[in-house]
Design a protein around this ligand. Structure first.
Ligand SMILES: Cc1cc2nc3c(=O)[nH]c(=O)nc-3n(C[C@H](O)[C@H](O)[C@H](O)COP(=O)(O)O)c2cc1C
Length: 192
């Protein structure tokens, strides 16, 4: 399948089967991400692969605690979006998926955030190509990760990507019409 087909087919999955994934698939996905561009080629990311059930459980407990606090102060529109997608403070994907790819970013590199997220885009599509489900889970507070993972100075947790086989077939949440997002020469003038 070509890139457009993979991009159209990929969905955020929030319920995972616990079946393991192959080392080969995992390596493929990380290798595809490895070739993404980055500011000054600094490649400001590291992957911490978490498979240990005890550690996954602990990560889930911590994340659910921070999400409970987060949900007490979020705006109404977010609550409605979250409800429509079945998102709550509960994070079963953190224990159910066989592997958590914890992505750490180096905050002292130029354009580190942009670089990390382009890399994640590569990773998500490579996973889709291998028939693997993913979620870009961004905990609402990541300070706990510093000590938990022993991150060195300058490094911070950017996202946790559970990867595995899907337990659900999520619906497509839709996109704006592409034609409405493309302007020609100046803002507001429609056209490709
Ligand atoms: C930067 C970023 C952060 C996200 N954070 C979360 C998150 O914390 N929890 C979650 O359930 N989904 C998260 N998502 C997934 C989005 O909700 C999802 O991509 C969007 O609703 C579109 O759905 P789709 O991925 O199935 O096309 C995140 C996506 C991105 C790109």
């Amino acid at each position: 399948m070509d890139i457009l087909g993979l991009a159209r087919r990929r969905r955020s999955v929030r319920r995972f089967r616990s079946d393991p994934i192959s080392e080969e698939d995992l390596r493929y996905v990380l290798e595809a991400a490895h070739y993404s561009p980055s500011g000054a080629n600094r490649q400001p990311w590291r992957y911490i692969l978490v498979r240990d059930p005890g550690r996954k459980r602990r990560i889930r407990e911590i994340c659910e605690e921070v999400e409970k606090r987060f949900y007490e102060r979020v705006p109404q529109w977010f609550l409605e979006f979250a409800r429509s997608r079945g998102i709550t403070w509960r994070k079963p994907h953190l224990t159910d998926a066989p592997v958590l790819i914890v992505v750490a970013g180096y905050r002292k590199s130029p354009h580190w955030k942009e670089s990390v997220w382009i890399m994640i885009g590569y990773l998500l599509l490579a996973a889709e190509e291998r028939g693997l489900a993913t979620l870009t889970y961004t905990p609402s507070d990541t300070r706990w990760a510093k000590e938990f993972f022993g991150l060195p100075d300058g490094w911070g947790l950017e996202t946790i990507i559970p990867i595995g086989y899907p337990e659900e077939v999520p619906s497509f949440p839709g996109r704006y019409r592409l034609e409405d997002l493309i302007y020609s020469e100046e803002w507001g003038r429609r056209g490709l």
